[in-house]
Design a protein around this ligand. Structure first.
Ligand SMILES: NC(=O)c1ccc[n+]([C@@H]2O[C@H](COP(=O)([O-])OP(=O)(O)OC[C@H]3O[C@@H](n4cnc5c(N)ncnc54)[C@H](O)[C@@H]3O)[C@@H](O)[C@H]2O)c1
Length: 382
């Protein structure tokens, strides 16, 4: 069961798991569709309604994906859907997932807190009451860690020595937005549920995802959403849309901000591996999920080069950083779980991926043009 099945990751994961022979159901309240329109933007790729997509997946691929419209912060609804479907695994994406959206004002910050934290606590209680053996796969973010000057472990706990005394502490987190802190609070709540009741949890710390397709998206009717505005677009997706619109790529500040990135194809494939190779019963498994580290400046250069191959000449422009973050810093992250499952051996070529994205987006140029004014950063952290 995929909570947040209508989203950028949720829909392609539903296709991937169906293609792998799993029985897939999902729930979504369509929040992201409305919230992207709220900031004067829309998906850069045209997407069907959930009902139409489910029909298209059946006609084109023979998949039977079950969709429930509903809000996971409404406990009774979530409980009844889980009770009916009896999933062995629940993947939870159903959150407000934009840092800038959560930084807009008090109302948006409070919304992120309420939606994300209450949704997760509802999932914890529903799993405990209905079947404590359900495997919870919760999507968090690498942004929970911030950019510490030590190596980031792939573990929920670590040893700490304070004034000569040693104990186990939760791995330190230093998130940089209200949204990212909601993910830290979710992590802490899942840790407690695991400790008290032995719930089986895979907590994924994922880096920013880029891409327009996975290998299952073979027809426009199967498109997943693609956000590119300052609020909802992750950096590479934003750069690619900017390239198509002839806007110099908006590198925030100096551009030394380094993060672990992965493509949409990598993200769904990593998730398939984690679903099919579950955490041990009663375990709390942390996964640092990304493919390669890049600075946002390096990525702008990659996109610029890929754009040339796609017949587009675009410059790189630096804009004042709307965020409060280090623009140059140490970043070293442990990654063991996914490499041990064979993830690093999967074929991957960022250049090809970027050229493919730019070709897809070139076809949508007129559509992107309508939302040009939503691209430049306006949401300030200060
Ligand atoms: N896209 C990325 O680069 C990225 C990186 C790291 C982590 N993540 C995390 O992965 C998850 C999926 O991200 P995405 O890019 O697909 O985002 P998305 O916004 O496209 O998908 C999230 C889906 O959850 C739904 N939703 C939100 N609140 C809900 C609620 N209360 N009840 C039911 N449905 C609800 C939304 O309508 C949306 O369809 C999110 O939790 C996000 O924080 C994403």
């Amino acid at each position: 069961m995929i909570l947040g099945i209508d989203g950028y990751l949720g829909w392609p994961l539903a296709l991937r798991l169906s293609a792998a022979g799993h029985k897939v159901s999902g729930m979504d309240n369509l929040f992201t569709r409305k919230a992207v329109q709220e900031v004067g933007s829309d998906s850069g790729l045209p997407i069907l309604t959930m009902e139409e997509r489910v029909r298209a997946a059946k006609e084109l691929k023979g998949f039977r994906i079950k969709f429930y419209r509903g809000d996971i912060t409404k406990y009774k609804k979530l409980y009844s859907v889980i009770k009916k479907e009896k999933p062995d695994t629940i993947i939870d994406f159903a959150e407000e997932r934009s840092a800038p959206y959560s930084m807009r004002d008090h109302m948006h910050a409070a919304y992120a807190m309420q939606n994300n934290i209450v949704g997760t606590i509802n999932l914890i209680y529903a799993a405990r009451e209905l079947n404590a053996n359900i495997r919870i796969i919760k999507m968090g973010t690498m942004g929970e860690y911030g950019t510490p000057n030590f190596d980031i472990p792939e573990a929920p706990y670590m040893k700490a020595l304070l004034d000569g005394k040693e104990d186990i502490i939760t791995t330190p987190k230093w998130a940089g937005s209200w949204y990212h802190w909601t993910k830290v609070h979710d992590t802490n709540n899942l840790l407690l549920a695991n400790k008290l009741w032995g719930l089986t949890v895979t907590n994924i710390m994922q880096g920013p995802v880029y891409g327009t397709r996975t290998k299952d998206i073979t027809d426009q009717r199967l498109f997943t959403r693609f956000d590119f505005d300052e609020t909802w677009g992750t950096v590479v997706n934003r750069y690619c849309a900017e390239a198509v619109l002839g806007i110099p790529l908006t590198v925030y500040g100096k551009g030394g901000q380094t993060r672990g990135f992965l493509s949409l194809e990598d993200s769904v494939e990593a998730l398939r591996l984690l679903v099919e190779n579950p955490a041990e019963k009663g375990a709390f498994r942390t996964v640092n999920q990304f493919r390669e580290l890049f600075s946002v400046m390096q990525l702008a250069e990659y996109v610029q080069t890929a754009a040339k191959s796609a017949g587009i000449d675009v410059g790189i422009g630096h804009v004042d950083n709307p965020r409060v973050e280090k623009e140059e810093h140490y970043y070293n992250v442990e990654r063991k779980v996914l490499p041990d499952l064979g993830f690093d051996k999967l074929k991957h070529n960022i250049r090809e991926e970027l050229v493919g994205m730019l070709m897809d987006l070139k076809e949508q140029r007129q559509r992107l043009e309508q939302y040009r004014s939503a691209i430049m950063p306006k949401t300030m952290w200060r």
